[in-house]
Structures are given as structure tokens and as C-alpha cells.
Design a protein around this ligand. Structure first.
Ligand SMILES: Cc1cc2nc3c(=O)[nH]c(=O)nc-3n(C[C@H](O)[C@H](O)[C@H](O)COP(=O)(O)O)c2cc1C
Length: 365
């Protein structure tokens, strides 16, 4: 899909890999794409539409717990908007049959692909043996992939991390097993579960995993600017990307990544984008008192990321070397009153933003 994608840098492929590529599998959906990474809360339907409008080529549901879905819960999370023409449902769980049942329900609800989450670091999930806990049980993880593969004909991606912890970096083995079990693509977050967000993502290890399989790998970690994408394309064979926090900080990141150059919206344009989110959220949740309450909750949550925006320049990018701008502190904002307000981390300022967006009390409204 991405015109700028290229095959340069792909490693030698063995015969089996060649056969898989020629088989016309579900992998095509995942080649040369920029995807909004799955996110609980952040990947709400209105926000996904906003990112889609800026060019996100794949969108994905928030994480759905398979056992809850098959017993009647979590169904609203299966919903998507027709504008999300390549929408996937992400499932987490440790019981292969429940995962397969949930995948069938997602297929019936109109998902274009299924994503299996083996990267979730949340204590509650890991303690129950799901999410990133399964990185430590490669055979079990592969069994789940195979069972879901057999249950639904949809394209199937698997989200992995580098391993559970620094001393257990097994993503290459996991990647091969997932491919053998029938996965069409892998999303690889270049950190371990133990690391959380403490260090920058290790793209050389994502690249090692990409070299070991023929299916597309969607590289994930710290993409914030078009220069990050250039760097990762230059350093690795990865040609598809998952963007998470970068899209929370600036939903227009997809426009920048597609164009290969930064876009610096004016303050008025930033207000208008916030208003667009509110309009999309009202369409989804309703604009009665109950609906507006939910819209407000999501708006305030998003302010927690939006205020971190800074018009980063190429020099800012170069100054950090291989460390990511996303991992670094956002520079102090400078400018007029509204610029400072938009950069404020204070909750009361986020409430002021909410009231002004609702009242259309901003320049250019
Ligand atoms: C608020 C938030 C919620 C997330 N929820 C999920 C989730 O439900 N499923 C998942 O696979 N990853 C989830 N992630 C992880 C991201 O998809 C992504 O792998 C990670 O943030 C690294 O990408 P980034 O450096 O571009 O942020 C979440 C991340 C954030 C910031």
C-alpha cells in the first residue's frame, strides 16, 4: 500500500518461505502498511476514525479478553465504523478454544483480520497466564495460534515482544513457531515485558526476527516522526509499522509518515482536530447527558497525551542519536497563551480545553 515501501534489504529466503509467499495467504493485508497499534482506551472507535482520516491503513480494536467475549461480555468492543476498511479485532487469552470461539465471533461481526495479543504486560493479565506470560510458553502460544488459524479463514497476525525479560530474548524462536502455526504476520514490539517503556525499542532484534520468517513483520516501538520511519527502514528489512503512543500524541502522525515529512498544524488546526474528535465521539456515544459524560472522559484521557505534542524538528531528532524523542522529555512549550494551554499537563487545564472545545471558543471556530 505504501508507495515508499521497497524490498531492498530483505534477506535470502529459503524454499519454504518462497512457497508461502506465492500461496496468496492473508499476508498481503500486512505488507507495506502503517497501522494504528492496538490500544486499550486509546484505540476507542472515534479515535481510530480520527487516525484513519489522517491515513492509518490498519486499525484494531482495543484488547478483548476471549473468555469474556465467549461468555457474553465485551461485545461493544467488536464494533467498528465502515470508514475503518481494514479493521482487526485483538484477542487475549490462554485457552485455545476460547480464543478460537472469540475469533469466530469477531469474524461474524465483520473484522477484516484477527490479532492475538501475546505482549500485554499488565500484572492482572500476566498473573492469569495470558498476554506476555505466554512468551515463556512457546509451545502453548503456538498451539493457540494454530487453533485460531484453523477456526477462522481471516488474515491472522500475532503481537509479540522481544521476550519476557532481558535474559529470555526468544522472539526469533517465537516468530518461527507462529509462522509454522499459520500466522500471516507478526507485530513485534521491540521491548521485553519486564522493560515496560524504560528503554528505547531495540530494532536490531525486531530485524533479526524479520530475517527468520517470510511473513511480514510490523515493527513497533518509538515511532514519532517521519525521520524515525526513515531510520528504521534504512536499518532493517521491516517495511510495515505499528504506531501507538506517537498516534496518541499527534493523530496526524500518519499524514507525516505517508508524506515522509513533518506537518506542523497551527494552534487553530489543533483546536479543530480536538473538536473533530469530540464530534466523532458524540456520533458514537451520543450527545445526550450520558453520552457527553463518556465523551468528556475520553477527551480528558486523550489530553494526557495531546499535551506532550511539540513541533519537533530534524535537528531535535538528530540531537538524540539513537534514543527516541518519544522516550525523551518534551521540551518546554513557547508561544502564545493557547499554545501554552495546549501544552499543559494540568487536569484543570484539560477541563478548560474541554469546555472551550464544546463551546467552540477557539480561534477559527
Ligand atoms: C494506552 C495504551 C494502551 C495499550 N493497549 C494495548 C493493547 O490493548 N494491546 C496491545 O497489543 N498493545 C497495547 N499497547 C501497546 C502498544 O500497542 C505498543 O505496542 C506500544 O505502546 C509500543 O509502541 P509505541 O512505542 O509506538 O508506543 C498499549 C499502549 C498504550 C500507550
Amino acid at each position: 500500500m505504501l508507495a515508499a515501501g521497497s524490498d531492498e534489504g530483505r534477506g535470502p529466503q529459503d524454499e519454504r518461505q518462497g512457497e508461502r509467499q506465492n500461496a496468496g495467504t492473508g499476508s498481503d493485508l500486512f505488507r507495506d502498511v502503517l497501522a494504528l497499534s492496538p490500544m486499550a482506551m486509546g484505540g476507542n472507535l472515534p479515535y481510530r476514525r480520527l487516525c484513519r482520516s489522517f491515513g492509518a491503513q490498519l486499525t484494531c480494536s482495543e484488547m478483548i479478553l476471549a473468555h469474556k467475549l465467549v461468555t457474553g461480555g465485551e461485545k461493544p468492543l467488536l464494533r467498528h465504523h465502515p470508514e475503518e476498511d481494514a479493521f482487526g479485532v485483538q484477542l487475549a487469552g490462554k485457552h485455545a478454544e476460547a480464543m478460537a470461539g472469540a475469533a469466530r465471533m469477531a469474524a461474524d461481526a465483520g473484522a477484516r483480520f484477527i490479532d492475538l495479543n501475546f505482549g500485554c504486560p499488565i500484572d492482572l493479565i500476566v498473573k492469569r497466564g495470558s498476554g506476555a506470560a505466554l512468551l515463556q510458553r512457546p509451545a502453548k502460544l503456538a498451539e493457540i495460534v494454530r487453533t485460531v488459524r484453523e477456526a477462522v479463514p481471516l488474515p491472522l497476525s500475532v503481537k509479540l515482544r522481544l521476550g519476557y525479560s532481558e535474559d529470555k530474548l526468544n522472539v526469533v524462536d517465537l516468530a518461527r513457531r507462529c509462522e509454522d502455526a499459520g500466522a500471516d504476520a507478526l507485530g513485534i514490539h521491540g521491548r521485553t515485558r519486564a522493560q515496560r517503556y524504560r528503554q528505547s525499542a531495540r530494532w536490531e532484534l525486531i530485524d533479526e526476527a524479520a530475517a527468520a520468517v517470510a511473513i511480514p513483520v510490523l515493527g513497533n516501538g518509538d515511532i514519532l516522526t517521519p525521520w524515525d520511519l526513515d531510520r528504521r527502514r534504512g536499518q532493517t528489512r521491516v517495511r510495515s509499522f505499528l504506531v501507538a503512543r506517537g498516534a496518541l500524541v499527534k493523530p496526524w502522525i500518519f499524514r507525516e509518515l505517508l508524506a515522509g515529512e513533518p506537518w506542523y498544524p497551527t494552534v487553530g488546526e489543533r483546536w479543530a482536530i480536538m473538536r473533530r474528535f469530540v464530534d466523532l465521539a458524540c456520533e458514537h456515544f451520543g450527545d445526550d447527558a450520558k453520552g457527553l459524560g463518556r465523551v468528556e472522559r475520553f477527551f480528558l484521557w486523550h489530553c494526557g497525551f495531546w499535551h506532550r505534542y511539540h513541533p519537533w524538528t530534524h535537528d531535535d531528532f538528530l540531537a538524540l542519536g539513537d534514543e527516541s524523542l518519544l522516550q525523551a522529555r518534551t521540551p518546554q512549550a513557547e508561544g502564545d497563551e493557547d499554545t501554552l494551554l495546549l501544552a499543559s499537563p494540568a487536569e484543570e487545564d484539560h477541563r478548560r480545553l474541554w469546555r472551550r472545545v464544546l463551546d467552540r471558543d477557539y480561534p477559527g471556530a
